[in-house]
Design a protein around this ligand. Structure first.
Ligand code: SF4
Length: 262
């Protein structure tokens, strides 16, 4: 009697998980050695982005619309369990976002550092303290009223630069955050965030201070706070960029002070 082939049920959790990763652009699934000789239950499935999808910043892979996720909490939950790139093996915590975005202003940085990896909150180390100062003392806003996220949600070991395949793998999450938060203005902090948001490879020195657009939203690239810690003489330019942001948002520019964080 011929055997009948089994078709996966639509509600099969494995089928659902594979569909989810397929929608994120994953084309290969790498199994740990233990699973290679046994059932899938022998070890966790570790999907990785296909090398074909590993793109340099400045190129434009397809977007996964926010509609793929029910809400921002669903994006955060997906990030919390994400194994789409190798950083899942070295992270302590995923770092999703901070703030409400009530002011419709969103800051995007590069990736978590050691303090953020330990706390799960973006921009809490020295650079984060400067960013808070820029937002609060410089712009006259509350940090909790803006939205702060990074291109990568997991820390690259030793704070090395993000790899193109890591950026490509993590991209759908930031796209979805932008779609749900709906900021009126995006600020790209530093080279990687600015290049990611504007899909260019131009250096930050040429990008900063010039408006660009992403997902229909004005983008202001400026220096990363960690760069400003190393080169405080560039704070004046960053402050000029933030004043442009305030003008775009129709908000008053606080008087007296000449630059944030000074
Ligand atoms: S960096 Fe992004 S894509 Fe890589 S494991 Fe973390 S959440 Fe997933």
């Amino acid at each position: 009697m011929p055997s009948r082939s089994r078709r996966p049920r639509r509600d099969d959790p494995l089928t659902a998980a594979l569909g989810y990763f397929r929608d994120l652009g994953v084309r290969e699934i790498h199994l740990p050695a233990a699973a290679a000789s046994g059932p899938l239950a022998a070890g966790p499935v570790v999907p990785t982005a296909s090398p074909a999808r590993a793109r340099r910043p400045g190129t434009a892979p397809e977007r996964v619309p926010a509609a793929r996720f029910e809400d921002l909490a669903a994006v955060e939950a997906a990030v919390a369990g994400c194994q789409l790139c190798g950083l899942c093996r070295t992270r302590t915590r995923t770092v999703f976002a901070d703030g409400t975005g009530r002011r419709r202003l969103m800051f995007v940085g590069e990736a978590p550092g050691a303090d953020e990896d330990a706390s799960g909150v973006p921009f809490v180390g020295r650079a984060g303290q400067l960013l808070t100062k820029m937002i609060e003392a410089g712009m006259g806003l509350s940090r909790q009223d803006v939205y702060i996220a990074n291109v990568l949600k997991c820390r690259p070991p030793g704070n090395r630069n993000p790899e193109p395949d890591e950026i490509a793998s993590c991209r759908p999450y930031l796209d979805a955050q932008i779609d749900f938060v709906k900021p009126a203005v995006l600020v790209g902090l530093g080279k990687f965030a600015a290049q990611f948001l504007l899909e260019t490879e131009e250096p930050i020195t040429r990008l900063r201070g010039r408006w660009g657009v992403r997902q229909g939203i004005p983008v202001m690239p400026t220096y990363h706070p960690s760069f400003l810690l190393r080169q405080p003489e560039r704070k004046k330019e960053a402050w000029e960029d933030l004043q442009e942001v305030l003008r775009k948002l129709g908000l008053p520019i606080p008087g007296k002070r000449t630059e944030p964080g000074s």
